[in-house]
Design a protein around this ligand. Sequence first.
Ligand code: SAM
Ligand code: SF4
Length: 350
Amino acid sequence: MAQPRQLRHDAPVSATPPSSAPLIDRYQRHVSYLRLSVTDRCDLRCTYCMPERMTFLPKAEVLTLDELYQMSLGFMARGIRKIRLTGGEPLVRRDMIDLVRSLGRHIGEELDELTMTTNGMQLAAYAQDLASAGIRRINVSLDTLDRDRFAKLARRDGLPQVLEGIAAAKAAGLAVKLNTVALKGVNEDEIGALMRWAHGEGHEMTLIEVMPLGEVDGDRTDHYLPLTAVQDGLSAQFSLTPNGHRTGGPARYFDVAETGGRLGMITPLTNNFCDGCNRVRVTATGQLYPCLGGSERVDIRAALRSDDPDTQLEQALNEAMRIKPERHHFRIDEAGEEPAQPRHMSMTGG
Ligand code: SAM
Ligand code: SF4
């Protein structure tokens, strides 16, 4: 059997010891959560996320596994305590599990938690490895339980594979949270049933409003469904009680009496959640976006590939704190208008 690859733990280093100053922005928000996109590639083509003929990045532009690891060490030195690996689809990147193992060694030390957001397609093969590396919770995206609908929405006939992946994650002891994008005229009639199924299986579920990120085939406005409407619809069938649970993120949570489960709602367009923002995102090419809904960015790859990566990385992180905007400026794109941000969610990660 092939030996797992060791990522370099000791290089590259400069004469300057890395700063351990916490990441605090101009609005006194303490950043402790990194969302790291490890690839822009994917084995699905969800219609709201990317066009069928998506142009992917040349490999040379994408950070190597060593660079991803070195960068993560730099973030941890500055007080990042939670890392979520995402994409694109993180599990389509070859050797991804080596990075998970290397980062997993920091859980309980610098890291409180290492997690992943996946579409579930490759999960059956990797669930046990993820659990063994120290991952305890994962998010799996699932918008429908109807096979034909899934095939239309993801442009691939993948539902049985995803369900197999979710079952494997559960069997490996991973807590699974389902992420569901609420889409008018696509899955709005199914959200109650999907939630009942998720809670019955012991999974949490979080609903997401579609966001105007990147060009897709067709118009997202047609399918934008405000979660206020979903909540009204669900309230006719279920008793939803607001729950004070906060994660520092945009979700609001409800307890559902009939299922005994928890439902999250992420409402970037109908509710502002920026006051307590504790996160930054890095794309697969090493561009740090301090806000998912803004165009401000810092080039971490240039820092990592410079002659003095430690100092440059430190300066880049300081710059990110200086430019992190007070709040996002999302609004659903008017029909025919450009999306609010030209980059796709698969670039910045979900
Ligand atoms: N491929 C993985 C997956 O699908 O879970 C990880 C990356 S994906 C970009 C992360 C999350 O973003 C998914 O839950 C997906 O449904 C969501 N997403 C993608 N494009 C979106 C958009 N334009 N608006 C809202 N959510 C989006
Ligand atoms: Fe791929 Fe995730 Fe985007 Fe779907 S949402 S196309 S699975 S990156």
